[in-house]
Design a protein around this ligand. Structure first.
Ligand code: TYM
Length: 363
């Protein structure tokens, strides 16, 4: 799904769905569920995380029974410093809340505090073909970075753990950016495979992708997606960056030949990226923005965009930093979330274990 230029504002409209609603939704009267997560593998979330996922999480929490978690088990598929992990896990939670996730309404938790994730992952790994897992492009990219031989088995098993994260909660929607599309597809395949082999068990979830911002590109290299592991930080906008840094990075974004502010991913990747970001941040359509910049220069667009992004991110940064002042309170919220998450995950895992043929739990 590529960006469209339609202006969409209601929660149902801002999310593009890939597939028709699944046939076996939860019973009448049940609020449909969504689930998603972001790895705690950097000191801050970036603008891609924010526009690709977090903005939509905030939108869907009104209409869905929402589960948002911090996949720390996923983060250790590449080497992590233990102290940084602790800090980054809390800082991720702080940013979720600062961006608008309400821990009273949504269930907010850390993956490693819910052991059912790793337990279900094993069952799903045993149902995944080697070839199927080898086709995952994110695995191929990350393994190539480390050298195929050095890449850990965890990196290979990563998509099956993600499938477990999702299927344990029977969500109907998974609000993520475009780069997670293949993982969501694998999750759907595994759910269908399990259901076919052992009887109806899992809801087959849909990916929910934003209309604008599903793929935010690096400001210095608009052919690569914005990523925490970029070679240079100059193409990255972090939620926790100081406003001055954010403005500078946007104003120094590479643009393209010519002068016309027009969306054309092939011919004008730099300007197209800025337009999509602008559209996502202001909830205006790309077409409307193109019109507003007729006869104006790239520089004008950058100045306005820098202002819009700073205006949007600065309050989130401030609130997140405040929340980080009380790590004990964050830990308390997360522990409460984990207990709530287990209430859902534990019976689903028990059902799976029984269906697979494991003896009942030893008492
Ligand atoms: P992660 O931590 O890499 O990214 C978190 C979310 O941010 C989105 N995203 C982007 N969106 C637009 N443009 C970008 N440049 C960009 N970069 C990242 C991602 O699509 C994602 O939605 N495997 C997941 C974490 C995960 C998960 C899950 C997600 C583990 N289990 C279960 C959903 C459900 C990941 O690595 O995302």
């Amino acid at each position: 799904m590529t960006e469209t230029t339609t202006r969409r504002t209601s929660p149902a409209d801002v999310l593009a769905r890939d597939t028709a609603p699944t046939a076996h939704l939860a019973g009448a009267g049940t609020r449909h569920r969504v689930l998603s997560g972001m790895q705690p593998s950097a000191d801050s979330l970036h603008l891609g995380n924010y526009l690709g996922a977090l903005v939509n999480w905030v939108k869907v929490q009104d209409d869905f029974d929402a589960y948002f978690f911090i996949p720390d088990l996923h983060a250790i598929t590449v080497p992590q410093d233990p102290e940084s992990m602790v800090r980054r896990t809390r800082v991720a939670a702080a940013q979720y809340i600062a961006a608008g996730i309400d821990p009273e309404r949504s269930t907010l938790f850390v993956q490693s505090q819910v052991p059912e994730h790793a337990q279900l992952a094993w069952v799903l790994m045993c149902m995944t073909g080697m070839g199927e897992a080898q086709r995952m492009t994110q695995f191929k990219d990350k393994a190539a970075k480390q050298g195929a031989e050095a890449a850990g088995v965890g990196l290979f098993a990563y998509p099956m753990l993600m499938a477990a994260d999702i299927l344990l909660y029977q969500p109907h929607g998974v609000p993520v950016g475009d780069d997670q599309r293949q993982h969501v597809e694998l999750t759907r395949d595994l759910a269908q495979r399990f259901n076919a082999r052992y009887g109806e068990t899992f809801v087959v979830p849909e990916g929910f992708y934003p209309v604008n911002g599903a793929r935010v590109y690096d400001l210095q290299n608009p052919l690569a997606k914005m990523s925490k592991s970029a070679a240079s930080p100059n193409g990255l906008v972090n939620i926790l960056d100081a406003p001055k840094v954010i403005a500078k990075r946007i104003k120094s974004a590479v643009t393209d030949d010519g002068t016309e502010v027009r969306f054309d991913r092939e011919a004008k990747p730099g300007v197209s990226n800025l337009l999509s970001i602008y559209a996502a941040v202001t909830e205006r359509s790309v077409a409307e923005l193109e019109e507003a910049y007729v006869g104006r220069m790239y520089g004008h667009l950058k100045v306005d965009l820098a202002e819009a992004v700073v205006e949007r991110l600065a309050p989130i940064r401030e609130r997140a930093l405040e929340l980080m002042d009380d790590p004990a309170e964050l830990d308390r919220l997360l522990a409460r979330g984990a207990a709530k998450a287990r209430e859902v995950a534990s019976p689903v895992l028990a059902d799976v274990y029984a269906k697979v043929g494991f003896l009942p739990p030893a008492r």
